[in-house]
Ligand binder design. Structure first.
Ligand code: GRF
Length: 201
């Protein structure tokens, strides 16, 4: 299995787990090579360790600037052989400096049907707006916030009485299916980007 992932995560890491599980089950021809977090206590780091994957904490507060922090991320990433960066609940906006210098494509998963409800608290935004359907999106990362070319989306109904938590949970189930599927398509070389459109071949 040669296609390798670097995962950046800040929190509980259930999407990371979905990638690890899909890899182990042979559902996705790719493996997680390294996990990097900006949060020392991130459960994502523990999940990586439990699976014998290098788990690295980089403390943003120990760098004088965002650029210095991102330079360190790039330095660490360069120490690994990998093909794709997967953001999985990484709660920082990567600057154009990082995106243009890291030298690998970056994808993200977002819990709404983009371009609706980018940024934080997407599930709350959807509930507050009153939409009847929401969902999740896997997209390439560009210099905007949740604005890059869309690879896959899944639709999830909003039900009467939903809270932010119940909706988030329903969306999360689809995230765990969609993210490994997007990685599979990329690993198989079946993704072509034209402008901001992504074609699956
Ligand atoms: C997910 O809802 C993902 O869409 C968003 O952040 C959350 C991360 O959850 N980007 P987890 O850490 O993967 O459990």
């Amino acid at each position: 299995m040669s296609f390798k992932l670097a995962v950046l995560a800040s929190g509980r890491g259930t999407n990371l787990q979905a990638l690890i599980d899909a890899s182990k089950m042979g559902e996705m021809p790719a493996q997680v090579e390294v996990v990097i977090s900006d949060k020392k206590e991130a459960q994502a780091l523990k999940r990586a360790q439990d699976n014998k994957i290098p788990a690295i904490f980089v403390d943003p507060s120990s760098f004088p600037s965002k650029k210095n922090f991102e330079q360190e991320l790039i330095r660490i990433l360069n120490g690994f052989d990998y093909d794709l960066i997967c953001l999985a609940g990484f709660m920082r906006i990567l600057s154009p400096f990082f995106i243009n210098n890291v030298g690998k494509p970056i994808i993200n998963i977002h819990p709404s049907l983009l371009p609706a409800f980018p940024g934080l608290n997407a599930q709350k935004q959807a509930l507050d707006y009153g939409v009847k359907f929401s969902g999740c999106t896997v997209h390439f990362v560009d210099e905007g916030v949740d604005s890059g070319p869309i690879i896959l989306q899944a639709v999830v109904p909003v039900e009467e009485g939903d809270t932010e938590e119940t909706l988030a949970q329903r969306i999360l189930q689809e995230e765990h299916r969609l993210y490994p599927l997007a990685v599979k398509l990329i690993a198989e070389g079946r993704i072509r980007i034209e402008g901001r459109k992504v074609f699956i071949e």
